[in-house]
Each structure stands twice: as C-alpha cells, then as structure tokens.
Design a protein around this ligand. Structure first.
Ligand code: AMP
Ligand code: MG
Length: 366
C-alpha cells in the first residue's frame, strides 16, 4: 500500500481508511488527483470502496489474485463466492472473456452502462481467486461516473463485491461502508446515497437459454424483450425446491439484520391485525420490536421502532430504503422485526428476493 500523500480538506481519515468526499459526482478538491491516488492504491494491490448506481462496491485489481484474496479477507466472505469484475467500456470485455455470444453484445447495447451483470466464459487473464474457482466470470459496466473514473484510473478491471461485511445488508451510503470496513480497507470514495439500492441483476449467458441467477432492477420482462427467452433460477423465491442456487453467493444467508425477522403477507386488514398481535406477544417475551411497513398502514400499527418503506405502489422507493432500514433496526437494538410483504411483479421480484433472504424465508400468510 502507498502512503497518503497529503491530507486535504476533501480527505478524512478514520481509523486507517481515507475517505475522499465527493458529492453529486464532484469533489471540493481536484478530482483527477483523487482518482489517480485511488487508482494507484488498486494497482498496488490495495482496496478502495466506491459508489455504483446499485450499492457501494469494495474494489481491488480483478487480475491480481492477491487483491481478490484481500477482498475476501476484508469482507469475511467465503472464497467460493465469486466476485463481479467491473469494466469501463465494452471492448474491455475481450481481454477477460472468451467465446462471447451475440446475446452479450445485445444486452450490453440495451442495458450497459447499467445494473446488469453477465456470466460468461473467462479467459486465462482472470485468476481463479477472482472467480471462486469457476471457469466463468461475472462482468458488469456500472452506470456511475465515480465508478467509471476509478476503473479507468485502476487499469480497467476492478473486482468488486458489495462493500459490507459478509452477511450484513449491502451498503447504500458511504457511512454504511465505514461502519463495516473502517480499518480493513485503504480508501472510500464517498458520493452520498446510491440511486437503486439493490444489487445488479445477474444473468448467466453460458447456458443454452440464458438464466437469471439474481433478480434486480433489470427485470425478466426487460431481458425477454431483447433476447426472446430468459429463464429464472427456480431457487430464488423459494427454498422448498431443495436445489442449490446457481450463483454461489445466493446460498448464503445474506442481507440479514441481527434481529429475527418475519414477513407477514395477506389482506391488508389481516396484516394489520396480525402485526399488532405479534408485536404484543414479542414485547411480552421481552423483545424490542420493530416493524417495516408502508405509508398505507402507518397509523394503524404500533411497535417500539417503526420504519416506513414509503408507498406500497413504489417498489423503487422500497428498494432504496430497504438496506438502510435493516441496518437501522440493528443500531436501535431491535430483536424482533415484522415486515409487510410486497408484490413480486417486475422489479418487485428483486425486492422480495432480498426481503425473503433477510427474513430467512419465514413468511406468515394471513
Ligand atoms: P456481490 O458482489 O456481493 O453482489 O455478489 C456477487 C454475486 O455474483 C454473488 O452472488 C456470486 O455468487 C455471483 N457470481 C459472481 N460470479 C459468478 C459466476 N461466475 N457464476 C455464477 N455466479 C456468480
Ligand atoms: Mg454482496
């Protein structure tokens, strides 16, 4: 790791980690210096967390096996859980992938830069440390100027999982990254809140029919419009299938708050009644209770801690707030969480996939 050159007004140091403050993609200092510094850290084998349009990523040199090992260590992540390689332009894909199908270019034209990750066959340039031992590699071109500037400054290939400790909700602000990663990584580029709040859609293009391994902002309908037919990994919304998910990372308990969490699903009146009854029972057991609910039922549910996910119809707002709220429940010492359940249509499928994982698939149908 290189030494810090100089501390300017846009650099803050916490324990060991430098935070460069950028707001709305502009810093109060000289951006080119920040990116050169951050890029040099990555080229020298260090780690830099950075914003993307989905969540904050924890970046290292994707072509350096030692960097990937450091990423796993910093996150406490199992090493069979592969990393996504972030690139800054389409042509970069040619160095890291082989046998690239036409579908990849079609999807790139339609959705890149953007929240879509493609699984393709890897070239020998990508070390197995980055792909968790697989012969395939996950690739994404993010839609965020800070991410793009960093990738370019770092030599073009950044391996980046979400910048949270393994098992914690993904970070949607730099403050979340500091909470989990201070002292474990070299630098954080702070650009405030992210736009989407949930991780990218992952689509596997190495199968005969492309398969969605993780739902996200780019929905099955959107992918179908471009490719004609795209399947969904059946394990995503249901643990009852008995099969292992195809994306190694999807098998781990992810996105989870520290307290126990249960979803309550059904007719609005029944949900209100059940939630209030469950809160009462939990309080009698000595639990500190929390509810995650929509504005529509806000006035009619009580608990020690109440969190609004916004309007029921607006799954984009629900997605943006979800991980922040899960972290807030932890901070406020909530031990029993009850959440409403939402529609699984379109982008709602991604929201419900993350919520189900956070709740360990415990759903009470009322
Ligand atoms: P994260 O970077 O934390 O959003 O996690 C990356 C996700 O991508 C994990 O769920 C991984 O299992 C998945 N992934 C990355 N590379 C591959 C691959 N080659 N094949 C299947 N899934 C992958
Ligand atoms: Mg993650």
């Amino acid at each position: 790791m290189i030494d810090i050159i100089q501390i300017e007004d846009f650099y803050i140091i916490y324990m060991d980690t430098i935070v460069a403050v950028i707001r709305n993609h502009i810093s109060s200092g000289d951006d080119s210096r920040i990116f050169r510094h951050a890029g040099d850290i990555i080229k020298d084998g260090g780690l830099v967390a950075f914003p993307t349009e989905t969540v904050y990523g924890l970046g290292g040199d994707a072509l350096n096996p030692e960097s990937s090992k450091k990423i796993y260590a910093a996150k406490g992540r199992p090493s069979d859980n592969p990393l996504i390689v972030h690139i800054a332009d389409w042509t970069s894909i040619k160095k890291i992938c082989v046998d690239i199908p036409d579908e990849a270019k079609q999807l790139a034209d339609a959705f890149w830069p953007g929240p879509l990750t493609m699984i393709l066959k890897k070239s020998s340039a990508v070390p197995y440390e980055t792909t968790g031992g697989l012969d395939t590699v996950a690739v994404r071109l993010p839609d965020h100027p800070v991410a793009i500037s960093l990738i370019k400054a770092a030599g073009g290939y950044i391996a980046a999982p979400s910048a949270n400790l393994s098992g914690r909700p993904s970070p949607t602000t730099a403050a979340h990254v500091i909470e989990d990663m201070d002292g474990r990584i070299d630098m954080i580029l702070d650009d405030g809140d992210v736009g989407i709040g949930l991780e990218s859609t992952i689509v596997d293009l190495t199968e005969r029919v492309p398969v969605i391994l993780r739902p996200g902002y780019v929905t099955q309908e959107m992918l179908n419009r471009v490719l004609g037919r795209v399947d969904v990994d059946i394990t995503l919304m249901d643990q009852g299938s008995g099969q292992a998910p195809k994306a190694p990372g999807m098998k781990y308990r992810h996105y989870a708050p520290k307290g126990s969490m249960r979803l309550i699903e059904g007719d609005q009146e029944a949900v209100i009644r059940t939630m209030n009854a469950e809160v009462k029972k939990a309080r009698l057991r000595g639990e500190r209770t929390g509810v995650m609910i929509t504005d529509e039922i806000w006035e009619r549910v009580s608990a020690d801690v109440k969190k609004s996910v916004g309007n029921r119809e607006n799954e984009y707002e629900i997605a943006r707030r979800l991980y922040r709220i899960l972290r807030e429940f932890d901070e406020e010492g909530v031990t029993a969480i009850f959440s409403e359940s939402f529609s699984s249509d379109g982008f709602g499928q991604a929201v419900m996939n993350r919520l189900l994982k956070a709740a360990g698939y415990t759903v009470e149908k009322v």
